[in-house]
Design a binder for this molecule. Sequence first.
Ligand code: FES
Length: 219
Amino acid sequence: MSSSSFNITSTSSSSDIATEPDADAGAEQTRRTLLIGALVTTACLGCSAPSRAGEDAPGADERPQKGDLLVFSEGDQEGKVITAADLPRGGPPVHAWPKDPKTSVVRSGSRLNEILIIRLDPAELDEQTKSRAVDGIIAYSAICSHAGCPVTAWVKSDVGDKEVFKCMCHNSEYDPRAGAQVVFGPAPRRLAALPLALVDATLNVAGNFIGKVGGQQPG
Ligand code: FES
């Protein structure tokens, strides 16, 4: 890009200066400057387009879709498909991205796609939560509904003796046994739930997020 831009500048200057009357020299210089600027700008846009296009594959920022697989979003196993065997009963939760099984695109292009998956005793789940679960395995958006921080902790609740999801930004707590309803802190609503299914012994997304994903104000 650099060498072609320099060539454009050099060629235009030598031919135009030789044919212009002196009285129009200032205006013509301005015209040439604008023209060259436009050409350089166009060339730069052309150079930067491939890197922008390559940042995220198509579908990477789409919300989880029915049939998506779930892969680890962090740690030693990042990118590996999560199976029931990866999830110890009673927690802690695993952080995951959805992955399109047809294109192998991991939907990590939006932080709003990060998911918490945890395996609990099915007997602990309320009926609605159980209906979205597979053998006690349930999934929720990992984005706090207060100001959009990631929900990162699995700790004993400030208001009970059970462990809960906790957002460390302002201490909101969510109970995954009861649809991730808020049990403590300023969060205005529960985490969005992601229904799961078991297909050929593999965890799959069974439908869209239920509820709003993300915070009520910039995080
Ligand atoms: S962003 Fe989670 S409690 Fe405020």
